[in-house]
Write a protein that binds this ligand. Structure first.
Ligand SMILES: [Zn+2]
Length: 216
């Protein structure tokens, strides 16, 4: 079963994670996030599309991809988007020793810092981290809480699911979106077909309704 909208009880169980943004000061705002890049072509497609709608977003980058494609990472940050840490090797916390997992995050943080041409966008006091697969062992979480704002999501598009039809991906993502939502897309090849279909339509739909797309 695909759960597009994060249930309230999940958010309540893990209140220290960021699931959505309080809309009192951010009315009609949406917070798009892109995981797993930066990669050539597809991340550049995302940046071009965001530019068309004057949209800002947050990119959770894999350190090894930043190392391979620093110029694309630099384009992300120089165009006013936010960046966050998504580990160096896209590790699954459940299959990784906590010490190794934390080291991998540090390695990613290092390559992000080395490649920021400008200062990172203003962030909520702490740098941002999103655990790959949304999985984070409690032991790792306890340590990371003081160092990072851990960001989850309220809307998962399932763009990476190659059995999901693009039309369905778009309709479900649209229907699950509420004011202040944090939405997950992926700039990875598995997601390409759904991303290219959904992203421009999603942006057009909510821009037309008066929404702004902001960084976290
Ligand atoms: Zn990921």
């Amino acid at each position: 079963m695909r759960i597009y909208q994060t249930p309230a009880f999940v958010e309540q169980l893990w209140q220290k994670y960021l699931w959505k943004v309080c809309t009192e000061e951010h009315q009609k705002s949406l917070f798009l996030t892109f995981d797993d890049g930066p990669i050539p072509v597809l991340t550049e497609y995302v940046l071009d599309t965001l530019q068309e709608f004057e949209a800002k977003a947050t990119f959770f980058c894999v350190g090894d991809n930043v190392r391979k494609h620093p110029e694309i990472f630099q384009r992300i940050s120089s165009e006013g988007h936010q960046t966050g840490n998504h580990t160096y090797h896209h590790l699954n916390s459940y299959n990784t020793k906590t010490a190794d997992y934390l080291k991998d995050i540090q390695e990613c943080e290092k390559v992000l810092a080395q490649n920021h041409l400008t200062l990172p966008q203003k962030s909520p006091t702490l740098p941002l981290f999103r655990p790959p697969y949304g999985r984070l062992r409690q032991r790792a979480a306890n340590i990371l809480h003081s160092q990072y704002q851990i960001v989850m999501w309220s809307v998962l598009t399932y763009d990476f699911d190659q059995n999901l039809r693009p039309e369905v991906c778009y309709q479900k993502a649209k229907a699950a979106t509420q004011d202040g939502a944090i939405i997950v897309f992926h700039d990875n090849w598995k997601a390409e077909r759904n991303l290219r279909y959904t992203l421009p339509r999603y942006l057009a739909h909510f821009a037309q309704k008066g929404y702004k797309f902001k960084t976290l």
